[in-house]
Write a protein of this length. Structure first.
Ligand code: ZN
Length: 140
């Protein structure tokens, strides 16, 4: 992916993050995540039904990388099964850690494929993905 396209996707998701704002609904599973090395604090809520991710919402204070990564994660994971979502999370983490990964399944999340150049921002990109994984683990 070229730098211009990468930047425009990140900027769009930072300025207009999707599904921002929590709702009152007991059927969602909630998870709070924070990153003490940055300002990031994210509250996630996920609705899983029939083994599929039906909806994800979030709110909180977060930097540009964390906010855009959360929004892109939501866009990528809604509609996926629990197993597919876990697979995508694992591959996203591998990409951030410079290990082998399958870029086919990461969709727009590949915009962070150069985040290793800023090691202190890796956690910003990963925070919400770790949060979703915690929720998915509960659904075993
Ligand atoms: Zn951050």
């Amino acid at each position: 992916m070229n730098d211009g396209l990468r930047r425009s996707i990140i900027l769009e998701h930072y300025q207009n993050p999707i599904h921002k704002g929590l709702i009152e609904d007991e059927s969602y599973i909630k998870q709070n995540m924070n990153n003490e090395s940055c300002i990031d604090e994210v509250n996630l809520m996920v609705k899983i039904k029939d083994n599929k991710i039906q909806d994800i919402r979030f709110d909180g204070e977060a930097c540009a990388i964390c906010t855009s990564s959360t929004s892109i994660m939501i866009e990528t994971l809604i509609g996926k099964t629990v197993e597919e979502a876990k697979e995508i999370c694992t591959n996203f983490e591998n990409m951030i850690d410079e290990k082998e990964y399958n870029e086919e399944i990461l969709e727009n999340a590949i915009v962070y494929d150069d985040i290793y150049k800023q090691p202190n921002r890796k956690k910003c990109a990963l925070l919400s993905w770790w949060g979703i994984e915690k929720i998915l683990e509960m659904k075993k």
